[in-house]
Design a binder for this molecule. Structure first.
Ligand SMILES: *[C@@H]1O[C@H](CO)[C@@H](O)[C@H](O)[C@H]1NC(C)=O
Ligand SMILES: *[C@@H]1O[C@H](CO)[C@@H](O)[C@H](O)[C@H]1NC(C)=O
Ligand SMILES: *[C@@H]1O[C@H](CO)[C@@H](O)[C@H](O)[C@H]1NC(C)=O
Ligand SMILES: *[C@@H]1O[C@H](CO)[C@@H](O)[C@H](O)[C@H]1NC(C)=O
Ligand SMILES: *[C@@H]1O[C@H](CO)[C@@H](O)[C@H](O)[C@H]1NC(C)=O
Length: 477
């Protein structure tokens, strides 16, 4: 063998060794996948592709991780290194990678890197919020934001078909976003708002808390996932997030559980009042059930309600719905929907407690029986008091069909806006007047919370019936 050849071939071998060593550390990130790493700094190779949405997420608290992104040029030199800006522990950038690129990581801790060839990064904080229904001392009902709206067909004259008493739940979505609920103790300490961190820290992973998820068409906004949570601790602040595929984050919202003595059970999944997801002054549900549903509510309570609904629809149909217009915006279907919300809110009373952040936020002395409602007011701490009234067991109920209830409780009055929305949506011949004595004479409202006391829209003390911090001021229905 010619000794002259030794040198180049040895050189070649060395280069190959060096290349394969590089090949081992330079892990190639898969496209359209989330990769999780429990440490290490990379570099991680991005395969060449047009338009990659690269997203990163820190999965550890206080990790001070930084992610540097470089584009590879054809010369093989890395240039234009930029740091991916992180907000609440996650960040995303979209760009063209004709020759690929690399990600290097500074700091320690667990993290995720994801490459997506759709325009949508895997890691995102989404603007919609989960919805808090209500809680008891150890349970809560929460909803995802609406994710699927059934196609709505406006009924037409002469065959103007309105919803029956039980609102059908049509067009059930065939695919549901992969949502998981994450509950964590409410603390002041900052932590990354990332799916991987929240999923690991969630109390649902480790404790006695259990969650039952189902689908429910709560209102016209569309289908939501409903989460019934059990095994919570009384009088406790919880922070709730919703995770989609463990990478997209909705929230946080905050809610408190009620005190240990809170007497009222939860009610939800009521076909004739689909918006109901709150506590009511009723004895414990039959058959050791966790909550009441439309099927287990006492018929002495629900039969009159259904009868009102039927009779109202018959009366409404005496109008030439779909042929004659009583409003450029509203139809008989809108009227029926708003009547239903109002009827449910006034006939299925909501039992509540002041929120944990505002323990003085209720009215100690009921207003005179002739008063049409409770005006929004502030307490000495300048906090707005909820439309909460104490009810003693001997107090005659506002709804005569409500079975007697032994424990004292506080009732959260319906927001006057629930009545006004019905008034606006319905034809004048129905003679709707708010406040009104149509249902059992003494229905009373929370007034001045959402709209001003004189009806100026959004000019009320809170501008809303409830907020993301667990305050509930009046019962929107
Ligand atoms: C009226 O509409 C309903 C539902 O769309 C349909 O089932 C029914 O057959 C129609 N009746 C007439 C008389 O067209
Ligand atoms: C969830 O469902 C399981 C099984 O059906 C049941 O044992 C549990 O009590 C339910 N939890 C709640 C909060 O309803
Ligand atoms: C939903 O997401 C979780 C967490 O990412 C995962 O474990 C589970 O397999 C997913 N379920 C489906 C049906 O994709
Ligand atoms: C509904 O109408 C029927 C028939 O007119 C009547 O018997 C019933 O009492 C009405 N229901 C209510 C709740 O007023
Ligand atoms: C719950 O949070 C509120 C407001 O953030 C606070 O005022 C209250 O003390 C907390 N209550 C408990 C029991 O931690």
């Amino acid at each position: 063998m010619n000794p002259m050849h030794l040198l180049p071939s040895a050189f070649l071998w060395l280069v190959l060794t060096a290349l394969s060593a590089v090949g081992q550390t330079r892990l190639e990130l898969p496209l359209n996948a989330v990769s999780q790493f429990s440490g290490g700094t990379g570099p991680f190779a991005i395969p060449p592709a047009p338009q990659i949405a690269i997203s990163v997420a820190s999965c550890s608290q206080n990790s001070a991780l930084r992610f540097m992104l470089s584009l590879s040029a054809s010369a093989g030199i890395d240039f234009s290194t930029v740091e991916i800006p992180l907000v609440d522990g996650q960040g995303a950038m979209v760009g063209d990678f004709p020759e690929g690129g690399t990600v290097t990581v500074e700091g320690t801790g667990t993290y995720e890197i994801a490459l997506s060839t759709s325009q949508q990064p895997f890691h995102e904080i989404l603007p919609n919020l989960p919805l808090f229904g209500d809680s008891t001392s150890n349970q809560a009902i929460l909803f995802s934001p609406p994710f699927f709206q059934p196609s709505q067909q406006q009924p037409t004259y002469p065959n103007y078909t309105m919803n029956p008493v039980d609102v059908p739940q049509p067009d059930r979505p065939t695919t549901t976003p992969n949502y998981t609920l994450a509950l964590i103790a409410t603390t002041q300490n900052p932590y990354p708002r990332t799916g991987c961190f929240l999923a690991r820290e969630s109390q649902l992973q480790s404790s006695n808390i259990n969650v039952n998820a189902s689908l429910w068409l709560k209102d016209e906004q569309g289908w939501r996932s409903q989460f019934l949570v059990g095994g919570l601790t009384p009088s406790t602040n919880y922070t709730a997030y919703l995770l989609q595929d463990n990478t997209k984050v909705f929230g946080p919202i905050y809610f408190g559980t009620k005190s240990p003595a809170f007497p009222c059970p939860l009610v939800s999944n009521v076909a004739f009042c689909p918006g109901v997801a709150y506590a009511m002054p009723l004895d414990p549900p039959p058959n050791n059930a966790e909550i009441y549903t439309g099927d287990t509510l006492p018929t002495t309570l629900t039969d009159p309600l259904k009868s009102y609904m039927t009779n109202f629809t018959v009366t409404l149909n005496s109008f030439a719905c779909g042929r004659d217009m009583y409003s450029p915006l509203m139809t008989c279907a809108d009227c029926q929907r708003e009547y239903r919300k109002w009827l449910c809110a006034v006939s299925l009373p909501r039992c509540s407690e002041p929120s944990l952040s505002n323990p003085d936020g209720f009215t100690r002395f009921p207003p005179a029986p002739t008063a049409t409602g409770l005006s929004a007011m502030k307490n000495e701490q300048q906090q707005v008091m909820s439309a909460l009234l104490p009810v003693q067991s001997q107090t005659p109920s506002r709804n005569a069909f409500l079975p007697p209830f032994q424990d004292p409780y506080q009732v959260l009055l319906p927001c006057i806006e629930t009545c006004n929305a019905m008034d606006r949506a319905c034809p004048a011949f129905l003679g709707i007047k708010c406040p009104t004595a149509q249902f059992n004479g003494a229905a009373s409202y929370g007034i001045g919370y959402i709209d001003g006391k004189d009806g100026d829209q959004g000019e009320g003390l809170t501008g809303t019936a409830h907020d993301r911090y667990g305050n509930v001021w009046c019962h929107l229905g």
